[in-house]
Design a protein around this ligand. Sequence first.
Ligand code: NJP
Length: 236
Amino acid sequence: MSKRIILTGASSGIGLATAFKLADQGHTLLLAARRMQQLEALATEYPDQVFAFKADVTKVDDVKAMVNEAKAKMGGIDVLINNAGLGLFDPVAEGKLEDWHYMFDVNVKGLLSCVHACLPELRAQNGLVINLGSVASHHVFPNSGVYCATKHAVLAISESLRLELGSEIRVTTISPGAVNTEFIDQTTNDKLLQDYKPYFADGLSPEIIADQIAHCINAPGSAVISEIIIRPNKTK
Ligand code: NJP
């Protein structure tokens, strides 16, 4: 059955692959990000089914406007996919305070703004929240401690929603290992960038994560997939 979906961070990587997949499956989508080129191309390719909206999730007014636009264009919201996020890697001793704050602004506070703005509508629709966590929701890795802290927070937020609102909404956390996207290019530490780039390049394709997201959306209403942890297969 076709769902009405808000997808944040739809301009690249996992979000863009998910946008293509869900549009192909006939879902109605409001795609949000700051870069509009890919979003507008998809909206043109799928008229009256895909809508593009410019939003910075760190700006509460942008998030509110995004949700209002979703309701106006789609008539309601069945699924919120909190995918917008970033990782800025550094050893703790070299960490930049503005990077630490910004990761929390996007990965945690941005996600919370989207949840808060969508919750009344999602409760009314018995909807679904999908949060992009990470293997870093479960483990702490060197050189990315603050990123790991943000993803631990994402899992805690998912779990609190499930515990308190599990009779009204479904909640899923998607927790990938390395995925081959623009993600690592945000890191400004040259040495770490060079060290990690091949590791991420060898990671999962974003389409594999998009398949898992679509699987959760299309699962029968009687089932809740509360978390998927998915890693590259090292035996290959
Ligand atoms: O990264 P990338 P991924 N406001 O850089 C958007 C998690 N993850 O697809 O605004 C609004 O290609 C940005 O849009 P734009 C990761 O933590 C990844 O890999 O146009 N949007 C872009 O569309 C994240 O939660 C890996 O710049 C903002 C998107 O976010 C999710 O997967 C592993 C924004 C980032 O696309 C998608 O990341 C893992 C803002 N302020 C978890 N800031 C991995 N790649 O290995 C950024 O465990 N965006």
